[in-house]
Design a binder for this molecule. Structure first.
Ligand SMILES: Nc1nc2c(ncn2[C@@H]2O[C@H](COP(=O)(O)OP(=O)(O)OP(=O)(O)O)[C@@H](O)[C@H]2O)c(=O)[nH]1
Length: 224
């Protein structure tokens, strides 16, 4: 990969993974190249990153943070899913949440934080997946530059592809700091909530309503 070329065309959108996860050598090269660019940005902003004891290591720190934390879902493979047999043919609604959600908005690079809730109608003759995997899946897709409408769909499409449930619902309730800390400076309590449904959860008003009621109950019970 040549990180220095300008006007480089990428085959993927900002909230999609690269064609292949990057290896250790590529990650190291990416962090070093990004650190040089952050140094340049500091130069432009007239922040002394060589002599100021507060910012001396900051370009390196920021580059590492982007590659290994904030955008890690772009450079790594999705989490492995442990499957169990649905031995008792359980086919009723399961709702899990609140799942911690930490992401970054694609427009201003400001944090998005909140909770996700996932509702699953398992297929009686299908598989059940480890509960923790839903949290890992949310974290994987959230660790990219995102917008909430697309994040909710990416999470759901992946779970549907991997587990083939009868129905699925994904709901996100999140604060966008691009709105609360700058620009319009809205209330820090202001959130965006959106829900997407797949399969029988999309077609059955009873299941939809059961899912939303469970989300509200879980939300009430969760400390902020
Ligand atoms: N629909 C949607 N909008 C988002 C999301 N995250 C950020 N935004 C909005 O994206 C818009 C960015 O558009 P611009 O108008 O170009 O940005 P701006 O001039 O800095 O606008 P202000 O944020 O209003 O100061 C803003 O209105 C954000 O609030 C998201 O997940 N979904």
């Amino acid at each position: 990969m040549n990180f220095h070329s300008t006007g480089m065309k990428f085959s993927r959108l900002c909230n999609e993974a690269l064609d292949q996860p990057i290896d250790e050598a590529e990650r190291t090269a990416m962090i070093a190249a990004a650190a040089r660019k952050v140094e340049e940005l500091f130069d432009v902003l007239r922040i002394d990153h060589q002599n100021d004891h507060n910012t001396r290591e900051t370009p390196q720190r920021v580059a590492k943070m982007f590659v290994e934390e904030i955008l890690q879902g772009r450079y790594t493979a999705p989490p492995k899913i442990t499957e169990f047999d649905n031995a008792r043919s359980y086919d009723q609604l399961i709702v899990t949440g609140p799942i911690e959600l930490r992401s970054m908005c694609a427009h201003h690079l400001m944090p998005i934080y909140g909770h996700a809730y996932i509702g699953i109608l398992p297929a009686a003759d299908g598989k059940i997946i480890g509960l923790s995997k839903y949290d890992r899946i949310v974290d994987h897709f959230a660790s990219r530059l995102q917008i909430q409408e697309e994040l909710v769909k990416q999470i759901g499409d992946y779970v549907v592809d991997m587990t083939k449930p009868r129905g699925l619902a994904v709901r996100i309730s999140a604060v966008h700091m691009c709105k609360t800390q700058r620009g319009v400076r809205s209330s820090r309590r202001s959130r965006m909530v959106n829900t997407c449904f797949w399969g029988e959860l999309a077609t059955s008003p009873e299941h939809k309503s059961e899912f939303l009621q469970e989300c509200i109950a879980l939300e009430r019970g969760s400390p902020e």
